[in-house]
Design a protein around this ligand. Structure first.
Ligand code: NAP
Length: 256
């Protein structure tokens, strides 16, 4: 029996599980979540939650659970688990695929500035806000707010599915609770209502969070784009159909 482990925590992972399940009801599919979100949206399959315990823990899991194929469909900025997946798969000889949404590309009208990481983004905001105060929409995720704690002349606006802990928030941050996807019209209203001067964003790719990029383009707002961590070596695809083909090809050839 083919047993596929999908590392998730993304809409893309959920979409992949749904497509794989419909195409191959005979497969056993396990979706793994880090357990950061309290009420995640879940597809219909076996779910496991929590870290594996590094590369060793994941390798042990792959062996013990008899995993035939591993699909890493985590977020492009979840670099640790993707690196762990690649190593554990190589140690155990488990076929491994990274399913990653292609990055957004800058289009005419976009006013993007690039930062290599969150620390650099914070330094750039500090420099920009020397002459006048800025209201900054920090759409980087609550785990990544620490580098923005010492901004002097900025009012941070943080949007999150669940209210972040007080200690996670930059001092003076305004918190807005909401769950995507967010359409361009809603994002335009949000940016105007909150009088946002600049957006700090990850380059997540996909459509679910692209509304803010479209809204920023229309409003001519600058976007400070934090670059993706370097791409992993190994097999990488950008869409669910290609991932399905990979699983089918791999499992067919291994059962021959
Ligand atoms: P990370 O830094 O790459 O991973 C840190 C540790 O969390 C990993 O070493 C692993 O612990 C555990 N972990 C992460 N994803 C896991 C999964 N799917 N199943 C089991 N354990 C997992 O990850 P992160 O950036 O904190 O992201 C955590 C989760 O949130 C991921 O599932 C990711 O897809 C999702 N997410 C992340 C972002 C983002 O911007 N980073 C955005 C949206 C969603 P062990 O070493 O103990 O195995």
């Amino acid at each position: 029996m083919a047993r596929v482990l999908v590392l998730g925590g993304t809409d893309l992972a959920n979409a992949f599980v749904t497509v794989l399940r419909a195409a191959h009801p005979e497969f056993e599919i396990v979706l793994s979540l880090a357990g950061r979100t309290r009420n995640p949206r879940l597809p219909d399959c076996e779910i496991r939650t929590g870290g594996f315990g590094g590369v060793e823990g994941l390798a042990a899991y792959l062996r013990e659970e008899g995993i035939s194929a591993l699909v890493d469909a985590t977020h492009p900025y979840a670099a640790q688990i993707s690196a762990n997946a690649a190593k554990a798969a190589s140690e155990t000889g488990t076929p491994c695929l990274h399913l990653v949404r292609p990055a957004w590309q800058q289009a005419p009208g976009d006013n993007w500035h690039h930062a290599r990481n969150y620390e650099e983004a914070a330094r750039r905001l500090d420099a920009l806000s020397q002459t006048h105060p800025l209201t900054v929409f920090l759409t980087v995720g609550r785990q990544e707010l620490k580098p923005f704690h010492d901004l002097m002349n900025c009012t941070p606006v943080v949007r999150s599915v669940e209210r972040p802990e007080e200690a996670e928030l930059p001092p003076g941050a305004r918190v807005v609770l909401a769950r995507g996807p967010f359409r361009q019209e809603d994002e335009t209203a949000f940016l105007k209502e909150n009088e946002i001067d600049v957006i700090v964003s990850k380059n997540s790719g996909g459509t679910a969070t692209y509304g803010k990029i479209l809204a920023a383009r229309a409003l001519r707002l600058p976007v400070l784009m934090v670059e993706r961590p370097p791409l992993l070596e190994g097999e990488v695809v950008g869409d669910v159909e290609s991932a399905l083909n990979w699983v089918e090809g791999g499992l067919e050839s291994s059962s021959r």
